[in-house]
Design a protein around this ligand. Sequence first.
Ligand SMILES: Cc1cc2nc3c(=O)[nH]c(=O)nc-3n(C[C@H](O)[C@H](O)[C@H](O)COP(=O)(O)OP(=O)(O)OC[C@H]3O[C@@H](n4cnc5c(N)ncnc54)[C@H](O)[C@@H]3O)c2cc1C
Length: 473
Amino acid sequence: MGDNRQDTPRLPLAKPLDEAAIQAFSSRVRGQLIRPEDDGYDEARTVFYGGFDRRPALIVRVKDATDISHVIALARESGLELAIKSGGHSVAGHSTIDGGIVLDITKMKNLELDVEGRTAWAQTGLTAGEYTAAAGAHGLATGFGDTGSVGIGGITLGGGVGYLVRKHGLTIDDLLAAEVVTADGELLRADAKSHPDLFWAIRGGGGNFGVATRFQFRLHEVDEIVGGMLILPATPEVIASFVTEAEAAPEELSTIANVMTAPPMPFLPAEVHGQLVIMAMLVYAGEEVEAGRRAVAPFRALAEPIVDMLKPMPYPQIYPPEEEDFHPTAVARTMFIDSIDRDVSQTILEHLRASEAPMRAAQIRVLGGAMARVPAEATAFAHRSSRIMVNVAAFYEGTQERPAREAWVSRFAAALRQGEGGAYVGFLGEEGEERVREAYPESTWDRLAEIKRRYDSTNLFRLNQNIPPAIEQ
Ligand SMILES: Cc1cc2nc3c(=O)[nH]c(=O)nc-3n(C[C@H](O)[C@H](O)[C@H](O)COP(=O)(O)OP(=O)(O)OC[C@H]3O[C@@H](n4cnc5c(N)ncnc54)[C@H](O)[C@@H]3O)c2cc1C
């Protein structure tokens, strides 16, 4: 792999923001400035994951692209590190920073639906749940992930693997255009014709190339789905058969199976709490309810379900309300693998049994379908032919527990590894450069580094799964 890490042009050395600089900046922006002494600072610096207790020097809740351009200028001139926050769900804690500037997009939530034309322009402060509810009111949808509070900013730039992945592909497969403020503060439109290199790179290359202000998405007719939660006993046979059925299912059906300790949920019998179960989410996004019932039937038949909530429902209900103050601390590892047979299932269960973490999981997502039909070189997300994505994770309480959980996650991931592996950038934690490289095949990486050089030669946008700019030849 070519090394493009040396000789990145230097940014100015960071200097603290003085009062005059803040005042001048504040007179230029329309959005809200939040500093450590301000009310609401603690709430504003909070991100989804606990464990990132960072204290930015300045948080700017931007109102528009012009504000974003001013924040970028401030970061460039001060040399202070810049964090970009849309939904705040970065697994690596990249949307907050000690002593730096947080560009907070969460107030930019405008959504323009073109119901007739089946497209939407969405500002990147929207969450997946907000977008899905608004589009769902018209029986339309764009696929995001499994969690409503995830920001459309981060998930789209990473790729976006969710409940419609087999039927309609990744989120980026429905991205028609984007507006991006680049490192020099310019607002560019990126689509197939305008800055096609940038458009290619932002479809999987993360936040490396600029700040996305708006996305234009394709909408699909996804009205009533058949799906919801199905909880099954976790045995090697049931796990392996679940995967076999998910692979054989019609493309309308996408599944996410969490082999995990059952949480103390009221609808679960008390004797199941803390035991390993398969907590699966199924979504059949086809036209006929009856066909949906037929598609989910084999999963119901795998074993006597512990809980069966599969039913016809409006698609937005797939995102239930979430607890606002839920900030788990967790370690996780993501990977792609080819198959999960009985032996692999046994390995999964052995590792889950070996951990003391009260909450531990192996999440299995069978891919394929529409996602796999897009050529690997068409977007920066190139692991198109990967068959299964697995994420293993353990929660911890207090930093003293973290090393043991880390070691467990590493052992578990090593035991599951098959062939070249690969990683999904959206689920990477702070795992080092080699792991970022695993998210991209070499040719994709080289192309991304070259585009990074064109749009961000000083690596201003570096608080991310970083792709350093290629060295000018
Ligand atoms: C509970 C949970 C469930 C998840 N489920 C899924 C899933 O089902 N499918 C899936 O694909 N992923 C999933 N993810 C991963 C998720 O897509 C990524 O963590 C994503 O980056 C989060 O986006 P965000 O806007 O909420 O995060 P943020 O923390 O706000 O942003 C993360 C990073 O993305 C970049 N970024 C965000 N917005 C912008 C922008 N507007 N312009 C430029 N750069 C930006 C920045 O580099 C930023 O550091 C999940 C994550 C969590 C925590």
